[in-house]
Write a protein that binds this ligand. Structure first.
Ligand code: CP
Length: 318
């Protein structure tokens, strides 16, 4: 057991496997870490002497940088593994790469990969703690945690609130992980998007709307926009980007409705201006997008602080 009475864990791979107590612990722990950000010294010694390695097989701005800052603020030593300049391009397998990193006594591996399940495979193969930074369509657990943390900042009593997720549900690991954590916290979640991007298997516990009018009649407290993931689409899911914007995007006219109703706006980033969101909507005063980015550091500090690598004599379960 940890000091907090929780069973220690080695890895953070998804939201499904976390129980409510663990989620509440992570959200509660992120709060004091965020308070550090306004101090002149933003560091604590919690992970002094530990090594954190970021291993990203897909591009990232927010997740990689915030994990790096989070690890630095916990006083860990951080190394970014540059996949495109490594022996991966000579054909080295992912497990051989992980063996090599293990030999260097890495304590934490933060991994993003285009294939679902790779972080889980790596976790079984290494004594280091593995933190999933996004795998295929499967999971993005720290995004879900930062989304829940951000929602709690504006609605401390978030149970019973309503969140409308809009866009490309089919390809979105964010939609999957964030809807699951919100559901566990008692938040109502619905989805809106073209039928081709909102398959029934992806929203088993959520209502699916097909137009903004009906979705806004549901009176959401937050509209959570998703990027249309063109890089994952092998076929055409809607006629054109401009048509998508007109039918499903947050247009200037729809922002005005959000403003009148006092609805908050969230987006995991990166944003495609002119597709899921109009240029001017980025200036919406109830946008929580930058708050989400800042909170990403705090929840990632909490996650790194919580996990127990197998390299630690107190080691945790997967
Ligand atoms: N939200 C998110 O995962 O952003 P990045 O791809 O920039 O990490």
């Amino acid at each position: 057991m940890t000091e907090e009475g929780l069973k220690p864990r080695k890895d953070l791979l998804d939201i499904e496997s976390l129980d409510l107590e663990e989620i509440e612990f992570l959200l509660k722990t992120a709060g004091p870490f965020k308070e550090l950000f306004s101090r002149s010294v933003k560091k604590v010694p919690a992970l002094r002497g530990k090594t954190v390695l970021t291993l990203f097989y897909e591009p990232s701005t927010r997740t990689r940088t915030s994990f790096e800052i989070a690890a630095n603020r916990l006083s860990a030593d951080v190394t970014n593994f540059g996949v495109s300049t490594s022996s991966v391009v000579k054909g080295e397998s992912i497990l051989d790469t992980v063996d090599t990193l293990q030999a260097m006594r890495t304590d934490y591996i933060v991994i993003r990969h285009g294939d679902s399940g790779i972080p889980g495979l790596v976790a079984k193969h290494t004594r280091a703690s593995v933190l999933n930074a996004g795998d295929g369509y499967h999971a993005h657990p720290t995004q879900a945690l930062l989304d829940a943390f951000t929602l709690r900042e504006v609605y401390p009593e978030s149970a019973g609130k309503r969140v409308l997720i809009v866009g490309d549900i089919l390809h979105s690991r964010v939609a999957r992980s964030t809807s699951i954590i919100l559901n566990k916290l008692g938040v109502e979640v619905s989805v809106l998007g073209p039928g081709s991007l909102v398959p029934p298997a992806r929203h088993t516990f959520m209502h699916a709307f097909t137009n903004w009018g009906d979705a806004l009649d549901w009176q959401p407290h937050v509209v959570y926009l998703l990027r249309v993931q063109l890089e994952r689409q092998q076929e055409q899911f809607f006629p054109s980007l401009s048509e998508y914007h007109g039918v499903y995007g947050l247009t200037n006219r729809r922002v005005e409705i959000l403003r009148q109703k006092g609805i908050y706006l969230m987006h995991p980033g990166p944003v495609n201006r002119g597709v899921e969101i109009a240029d001017d909507a980025m200036k919406y005063e109830r946008s929580l997008i930058n708050q989400q980015v800042e909170n990403g550091i705090a929840v990632r500090m909490a996650a790194l602080y919580w996990l127990r690598p197998g390299t630690d004599e107190r080691g945790g379960d997967s």
